[in-house]
Design a protein around this ligand. Sequence first.
Ligand SMILES: [Zn+2]
Length: 286
Amino acid sequence: MHRSLAPAFLLVLGLGLAFARPQEEVRVRAEPVAGSVHVLFGQGGNIGVSAGPDGLLLVDDQFERLAPAIEAALAKLAPEAGAPRFLVNTHHHGDHTDGNKHFGKRAVVVAHENVRARLLEENAPPQSLPLVTHADGLALHWNGEEIRLLYVPGAHTDGDTAVWFTGSNAIHLGDLYFQVGYPFVDVASGGNVVGLAEGLRALLAKLPDDVRVIPGHGTVTGKGELAEYVTMLETITERVRTHLAEGRDVAAMMAAGVTRDFDGRWGSFDFIPPQRFVESVVASLR
Ligand SMILES: [Zn+2]
């Protein structure tokens, strides 16, 4: 069953490649976000950076082969800082954690306990494994602010952490937020679109109105655009729920235009076309 959701690793590999061809030289570009927080765009999940007097803290680290380019971008941002001391993984997918093979040699890796379990299952090398795990949240005190790690259960995966820089007024949502289009919901790894929408709705209620929001993939936005994304998730989920109750399959739902009014904004991400997203909603509701 769930043919289209199968091998998650292929999807993750695809996400890594979705923004650059493998033979191309990957450029890593830094952009300031707010306060001490910056974002690095390269290939794979966006990297959050806290740079300041205490040194560097990273949120996710893309791919091991990009480590030299990531280090060059960090050296430009903070020439005196040296190697990152902390590395928070938002979840276990390889386009967010493969760089642990390099950065985990020097940094303390922090993640939800399910991330450690999944990396162990995948036979990740010792330096890639989180040394500090949390079951339901944790705070780090770094560069003059409290950085709150918030667990969002059963969402993109079963190990998602949102990283809220409370002083800088920015949050890294990892793949809880696909700004580029319909999201990949990794149902096979405990993800669920209902948990995803509920978790984001709760975050929207908690965050200041002018917070800057770093997505796992795409550009930095504010709360307004995040709210539109959550509304899209909720609306399509409710439509699919109704169609399922009336006995329709995915083909009938697509023919009925279950995503049609959202496709203009969210349907152009090649990797998760509308039908693939709907299939993940169906799998979430079963
Ligand atoms: Zn992911």
